[in-house]
Design a protein around this ligand. Structure first.
Ligand code: G6P
Length: 610
């Protein structure tokens, strides 16, 4: 999704901005651009369709020299990907702006501005902001005031960075509904939509809040103003994950690196949260125990991969805590008449903490009679974290591959902690100790599964020429099958669907033939025998079966049956373990097909528009 970088530095900023854009590439985008204010106060701009490398090529031999600049990666919403629609957008040759988000009243504003003589050259909603800012600058003769007056007229979501040649020593930033952080340098100051973009220049960040406007001035001065225009101080926080997270560390792709980090990040997510035999309920916050005691229902809301984690949690919370649980995708939940029974806990799951629909669902829920809200999230300081009553941070570290892997398994671990914590406050006493012990041993088991990589790579060859695939699972492994199908379609572009295995004969069996590989998730649980009969139905129709099965199951590989033996694991924790071979399968199929594994076409890492 769109990315912003801005800099007010003691040196030329082109390289800082370019490096920032490269670090934002993982979010998904289709064009890139940059504007720099030269020492003689001229605005120079360069834009290119495609990758940041295309912009870089244009800048070679044609460098943008100057100490102030703004840059952007665009993911098309209003208007196709083209150079004209790429940011920065200008109003004449005086003002440049980059924007993330969507301006909902852009048509009305455009009509008004056109009537006042402003000429539009793009199809974007952002150009409206450029002209609006220019108009307000003419009236106020001050860029900060022009931004404050303009944002008051905008409806929708925005993060902005703005420069004007009449004030060649300031960059103004503003946010509402889209994230923006200030990077604190020594005698320098920076802006970005994601701290990762700036780790090459600083590890100190101020997280701007809704409605904040900031003025960065030459010399490193940072002045923040809240939505009411009052000067405010917000503390700078040290970014903890270090810079190594944004390199591939010897792996061919970020996705593979992140798959292999899973045992380590799961251990980090468990750290400090387990007692001898029980989960520590106050891991969810000091008020958690009291809040959880009154919980009679749980509503879980999320999007994409995070939604699949929620689907698994439903089985866990109902089984281990006896609390009825509903799970729904955020974009559906927020548009229906939701009935909230007394004592309902509202839980959001999100890697980024900025997904527009999930955030809107939280705000919608806060208007209703929930007992409280809990966010399970991977990004400290994100909007979801700030706006929830309770939070549990996953410790996946920055995830760069668009297809989520380690964020998903750490969410599952966090959700198991939630199920155990709810069970504990409702009187479970000691009977969950084996699961707590299993969690401690989980990182070791994950390492054993990762050692199956070579075997899975060999299996993947059977998929490279296929156009469709069917994933089957039962119980808590149905959402794991869904996640496996999602991974395969996201990065290999093979159409994949998942079904609860019991539904096979109610439709999808009609599709099964030798051209449709069928992947079954078969842990050794109470549904195993039923799953085996479902698999017979596939074999009888000439289907090619790939079974990921517990090593204790008696099932031998033969001509049309490929068995991958997965280390034995308790029923409760099996969904976490069985996720990993499915991630590796999708990864190797995508590599064989030669797709862009880390940045699949049309997808974005963080979807900050509805
Ligand atoms: C996008 C990403 C997915 C992610 C989903 C939800 O679609 O490509 O990988 O699962 O957003 O994101 P969140 O940050 O809320 O978990």
């Amino acid at each position: 999704m769109c990315g912003i970088v801005g800099a007010v530095a003691a040196r030329h900023v082109q390289e800082i901005l370019l490096e920032g854009l490269r670090r934002l590439e993982y979010r998904g985008y289709d064009s890139a651009g940059m504007a720099v204010l030269s020492d003689d106060a001229r605005l120079n701009r360069q834009r290119a369709v495609g990758k940041v490398a295309a912009l870089e090529e244009k800048l070679e031999g044609n460098a943008l020299k100057g100490n102030l600049g703004i840059a952007h990666t665009r993911w098309a919403t209003h208007g196709r990907p083209s150079e004209q629609n790429a940011h920065p957008h200008q109003s004449g040759d005086s003002l440049a702006v980059v924007h993330n988000g969507i301006i909902e009243n852009h048509e009305a504003l455009k009509g008004e501005l056109e009537a006042q003589g402003y000429v539009f050259t793009s199809e974007t909603d952002t150009e409206v902001i450029a002209h609006l800012l220019s108009r307000e600058f003419t009236l106020a003769q001050d860029l900060l005031q022009a931004v404050q007056r303009s944002v008051a007229l905008l409806e929708g979501a925005y993060a902005l960075a703005v420069m004007h040649r009449a004030q060649p020593d300031v960059v103004i930033g503003a946010r509402k509904g889209s994230p923006l952080v200030v990077g604190v340098g020594i005698g320098e100051a920076f802006l970005a939509s994601d701290p990762l973009a700036l780790l090459q220049v600083t590890d100190r960040f101020i997280y701007m809040q809704e409605g904040d406007v900031v003025r960065l001035s030459q010399g490193g001065s940072i002045e923040l103003f809240d939505a009411g225009g009052e000067r405010v101080e917000r503390p700078a926080q040290i970014f903890e994950h270090g810079d190594g997270v944004t390199s591939k560390g010897g792996y061919r792709h970020f996705m593979l690196k992140e798959i292999h980090e899973q045992s380590q990040v799961i251990a980090a997510t468990l750290e400090g949260r387990l007692g001898d035999h029980q989960v520590l309920v106050n891991s969810f916050g000091t008020d958690a125990e009291q809040l959880f005691q009154g919980v009679r229902q749980v509503h879980i809301i999320a999007c994409g991969t995070s939604y699949h984690a929620g689907m698994v949690a439903r089985y866990w919370i109902e089984k281990l805590a006896g609390v009825p649980t509903q799970v729904e995708v955020a974009s559906e939940y927020r548009y229906r008449e939701v009935v909230v029974p007394e004592g309902t806990l509202f839980v959001t799951l999100s890697q980024s903490g900025e997904t527009a629909d999930t955030l809107a669902a939280l705000r919608f829920a806060k208007q209703r009679d929930y007992r409280g809200s809990l966010a399970i999230c991977n990004v400290p300081g994100s909007s979801l974290v700030r706006e929830s009553d309770l939070t549990l941070m996953t410790q996946a570290g920055p995830e760069i591959g668009v297809a989520s892997t380690k964020a998903f398994t750490t969410q599952l671990v966090a959700l198991m902690l939630l199920a155990l914590a709810l069970g504990r406050v409702r009187g479970a006493n000691g009977e969950h100790a084996p699961i707590v012990q299993g969690l401690r041993e989980l990182p070791g088991v994950i390492n054993q599964v990762l050692a199956l990589d070579g075997e899975i790579e060999r299996l993947s060859m059977a998929f490279a020429e296929k156009h469709h695939a069917l994933f089957l699972g039962r119980g808590a492994h149905f959402p794991i099958a869904q996640e496996g199908a999602l991974k395969l379609k996201e990065i290999s572009y093979i159409h994949a669907e998942a079904y609860p295995a019991g539904e096979l004969k109610h439709g999808p069996l009609a599709l099964v033939d030798s051209e449709m590989p069928v992947i079954a998730v078969a842990p050794n649980d109470e549904l195993l025998e039923k799953l085996k009969s479902n698999l017979q139905e596939v074999r009888a129709r000439g289907g090619e079966l790939f079974v990921f099965a517990d090593e204790s199951i008696r099932m031998e590989t033969n001509e049309h049956l490929h068995v991958l033996r997965v280390p034995a694991i308790s029923e409760a924790l099996a969904p976490i373990v069985y996720t990993i071979p499915l991630q590796l399968l999708a990864y190797h199929v995508a590599v064989l097909k030669g797709t862009d594994v880390d940045q699949p076409r049309n997808l974005a890492k963080s979807v900050t528009v509805e």
